[in-house]
Design a protein around this ligand. Structure first.
Ligand code: IMP
Length: 182
């Protein structure tokens, strides 16, 4: 797929994503078998497509809530601040919580969000990330469940954006710049 100054090459097909989401759903169902009502927390905006598919593969009753966090700071140092732009509507104290993230890159966002949510005293809290780029990690964090480990490439589709575009692609693709100015 060719865009202005860049090309998107498919990395993970819609079919492969669906198969992996089904398997993750089965593992999560098993892990939360004894939970009355799980709270699934999607991190906006990137996780909205993944969470929509994932909850339909989870076989225990669940509520869905959303949190929007944004990380700011100097790209060249690991001093990054994570700010909450939109907080959860509900409370999670004493509840079983599954945080759903699109991609764990440096790890700053998920580690700060998990720390903040842990402070609200859930009974149990786990994280499921669709993608993981372990080679980019700056904070020692790992999601309990990961869809796919990928190399250090910028990816779009299945909820992930490049300058707010391409979230609607049904597959995950890499962005390859063809214009040396960009
Ligand atoms: P982290 O705090 O560096 O782990 O960044 C996580 C956030 O950065 C993700 O939730 C994404 O929104 C964004 N991000 C990181 N890598 C990519 C990518 O390859 N494509 C699109 N967004 C990305």
């Amino acid at each position: 797929m060719s865009q202005d100054g860049y090309v998107i090459d498919q990395m993970i097909s819609a079919k492969a994503i669906a198969a992996r989401v089904e398997a993750l759903g089965a593992e999560i169902t098993e892990a939360f078998r004894d939970t009355d009502r799980l709270v699934v927390v999607g991190l906006l905006r990137g996780s909205f497509v993944f969470i929509a598919d994932l909850i339909r593969e989870i076989g225990v009753p669940c509520e869905v809530d959303f949190l929007e966090a944004s990380s700011y700071g100097n790209e060249t140092t690991s001093t990054r601040e994570v700010r909450v732009l939109k907080d959860l509507r509900g409370t999670i104290g004493g509840r079983d919580v599954l945080v759903v993230e699109d991609i764990v890159d440096t790890g700053h966002t998920i580690s700060k969000v998990m720390e903040m949510l842990r402070a609200r005293a859930p009974r149990r809290i786990e994280c499921c990330a669709m993608l993981d780029k372990p080679s980019r990690r700056e904070v020692d964090v790992k999601a309990r469940w990961t869809g796919f480990e990928i190399p250090d490439e910028f990816v779009v589709g299945y909820g992930l954006d490049y300058a707010q575009n391409h979230r609607n692609l049904p597959f995950i693709g890499t962005v390859r710049f063809t214009d040396p100015q960009k």
